[in-house]
Ligand binder design. Structure first.
Ligand code: HEC
Ligand code: HEC
Ligand code: HEC
Ligand code: HEC
Ligand code: HEC
Ligand code: HEC
Ligand code: HEC
Length: 403
């Protein structure tokens, strides 16, 4: 949190900076904090560089707006206000920001801006490319770790440009980033917490790590039991079904803390212990409509329990008991999509005949990571299913039919 505050200080104190920029610089108190870097500042921007949304080029000092000019380059892509995938980037990350027009070093006569990295001090700029800590390295599997500043076509910020997906060994060879990195959403295509990505800290769910289980949890997990009051029984509301959800399973994908909570990386994180000793439950994208109601101890509108079409997705957190296949799936096929009922009841077909990647002829789950993962896997002995057109073709059972 400290680093966050430090990064934003220039922004928070920016209005004062703006005033100093607009008045005669010589009269401004020398202790003024630097001006903000991303607001449309009349005094700083319009006159020499920038535009009405940012002080940064475009336009450059020579009035150029093309990103192929070194004075313009990738300013706009770095400084776009809200990013869905990375922490904000400030002028101060790459320049010493002058507190006023006449600050020493600002207009030093060479007609060029000095690039000086602050937060990522080990980064370098050679006039064409950056070797920066933000853009990863080949050691972590990045394919474009030294991006060209004037090449603004998106090819240097694809997933894999800065680090592998995932990075090479010794990093675990596991595609399910969200399981270990609470920054990522379930499905691993979007960021649950963009502020924590490319912020200089590798966020790893260390919920089994030292220190996490001193207040809640056990030697094997920081999830209750024990809860904050020392309860261990799974009928206790604050312990509930934690243990049932934990760890590898032979029938469903692994469920991370981040499926149900925003996971703190350190105990000291502000959103972690907010003073009421009540855990915040926030489901990930697999359960966009999911709600936990503390008064009734129920999870409802839950995808996991189940848009397998067995019930309304409501389940009680602290009522233990095995969750049979039938608690989430109607074996008759009734209530499920398309022609389930027709095939199961009318043709005596079994689940594996269409879902062969997930389940075998003995009706045992054979690939747990594909089950309750948000994707409907179709694999038949013959033929294909087109999920968009919702049709089956070349099945050997019948011609092309709509599901
Ligand atoms: C990701 C790093 C980065 C960030 C963030 C950044 N700049 Fe720059 N800036 C550069 C680079 C690289 C150059 C080109 C330097 C050179 O010509 O050698 C540059 C050049 C400039 C120039 C000189 C333009 C010219 O015509 O030569 C100005 C003015 C400038 N930046 C202002 C800003 C302001 C204001 C912000 C914040 C709103 C900002 N920059 C944010 C990297 C950055
Ligand atoms: C089984 C757990 C696990 C999974 C799954 C996982 N990671 Fe990691 N990741 C780690 C650990 C542990 C580290 C090391 C943390 C450290 O060095 O402090 C790490 C570090 C990283 C780093 C930083 C590397 C460095 O040295 O700078 C990146 C980037 C990363 N992971 C990306 C990914 C991506 C992308 C995925 C999914 C495609 C992924 N990880 C999946 C556990 C995992
Ligand atoms: C501009 C470079 C860049 C791009 C593009 C990029 N990353 Fe990263 N990523 C980093 C850096 C640097 C780290 C090291 C930790 C940090 O600073 O947050 C990182 C860390 C991670 C981690 C470890 C957890 C964390 O946030 O620390 C994951 C997971 C991850 N990235 C996933 C992705 C995925 C998925 C994509 C594509 C959608 C992606 N990254 C694209 C630079 C990048
Ligand atoms: C399936 C959803 C789910 C998962 C996964 C999950 N939790 Fe929870 N967690 C809950 C619910 C529900 C509560 C109860 C909130 C309440 O009513 O107080 C809770 C409560 C807690 C509490 C507060 C206990 C107390 O004494 O009040 C802690 C601490 C906690 N969880 C940590 C974790 C950790 C750490 C993990 C991962 C190792 C985890 N949880 C995984 C749903 C989940
Ligand atoms: C000093 C005691 C203490 C330590 C150490 C601690 N926690 Fe917690 N944790 C709490 C309390 C208290 C809550 C209840 C949340 C509240 O008050 O809002 C909680 C809640 C949680 C929750 C539920 C989500 C939430 O924020 O409400 C998770 C997940 C969690 N902790 C994970 C961790 C992890 C991971 C670590 C180690 C990095 C850790 N805790 C270390 C006291 C602690
Ligand atoms: C004749 C082929 C066929 C059989 C037999 C079949 N399914 Fe399906 N299943 C499908 C198709 C096609 C979909 C739709 C995929 C999509 O939406 O992309 C589907 C989707 C599902 C879904 C997602 C929810 C829904 O209603 O679409 C679940 C859960 C499911 N099947 C479970 C089962 C189970 C359990 C069985 C055995 C009792 C079974 N299926 C038997 C073809 C079949
Ligand atoms: C907690 C609820 C739940 C339980 C219990 C459950 N399932 Fe599922 N199942 C789902 C959901 C949700 C889906 C939707 C597809 C997905 O996300 O994988 C699904 C999908 C399926 C599919 C379709 C293939 C797929 O994953 O796309 C089959 C077959 C299946 N389940 C069989 C079973 C069998 C056999 C059992 C008992 C061993 C079982 N299920 C227990 C929730 C459950």
């Amino acid at each position: 949190m400290g680093q966050f505050t430090k990064r934003y200080a220039p922004f928070l104190f920016g209005i004062a900076g703006l005033m100093s920029c607009l008045v005669d610089g010589n009269d401004a108190p020398s202790t003024d904090p630097p001006p903000p870097n991303r607001e449309p500042l009349a005094g700083c921007a319009a006159a020499c560089h920038g535009n009405d949304v940012s002080n940064a080029p475009p336009k450059s000092l020579s009035g150029v707006t093309e990103t192929t000019a070194v004075g313009v380059g990738a300013h706009a892509t770095h400084l776009s206000k809200a990013s869905t995938w990375h922490a904000p980037i400030l002028c101060a990350d790459c320049h010493v920001v002058p507190s006023e027009v006449n600050s020493p070093g600002h207009m030093d006569g060479d007609g060029k801006a000095e690039v000086k990295f602050s937060i990522r001090a080990a980064s370098t700029w050679n006039g064409t490319t950056c070797a920066s800590e933000c853009h990863g390295s080949t050691a972590v599997g990045g394919s474009a770790p030294t991006p060209t500043w004037t090449k603004v076509d998106g090819t240097q910020v694809t997933c894999g440009s800065c680090h592998g997906k995932p990075p090479p060994a010794p990093h675990p060879d596991d595609q399910d980033c969200a399981k270990c990195h609470p920054t990522m959403e379930n499905g691993n295509t979007s960021f649950r917490d963009p502020l924590s990505h490319v912020n200089g800290v590798v966020d790893v769910d260390n919920s089994v790590g030292a220190g996490c289980s001193s207040c809640h949890g056990s030697a094997t997990s920081s999830a209750p039991p024990k809860d904050l009051a020392g309860n261990t029984a799974n009928t206790s509301p604050r312990v509930g079904a934690h243990a049932k959800h934990q760890g590898p399973s032979d029938w469903h994908r692994e469920i991370a803390c981040s499926s149900c909570h925003l996971v703190p990386i350190t105990d000291a994180e502000l959103r972690h212990r907010d003073g009421d000793n009540i855990a915040e439950v926030k489901f990930d994208t697999l359960n966009p409509a999911g709600v936990y109601t503390r008064t009734t101890l129920t999870c409802s509108n839950n995808y996991c329990h189940s848009n397998g079409r067995g019930n309304t997705g409501t389940v009680v957190w602290n009522v233990p008991g095995a969750k049979e296949c039938t608690s989430c799936h109607p074996t008759s096929g009734t209530g499920m999509s398309g022609r389930h009922r027709l095939h199961i009841q009318g043709e005596d077909m079994t689940c594996n005949e269409c879902h062969g990647a997930v389940i075998n002829a003995q009706q045992k789950i054979i690939d747990a990571k594909l089950h309750i993962n948000g994707v409907h896997e179709i694999k038949m002995a013959n033929g294909t299913f087109d999920a968009t057109a919702r049709t089956c073709a070349n099945t050997g059972c019948h011609g092309t039919e709509r599901w």
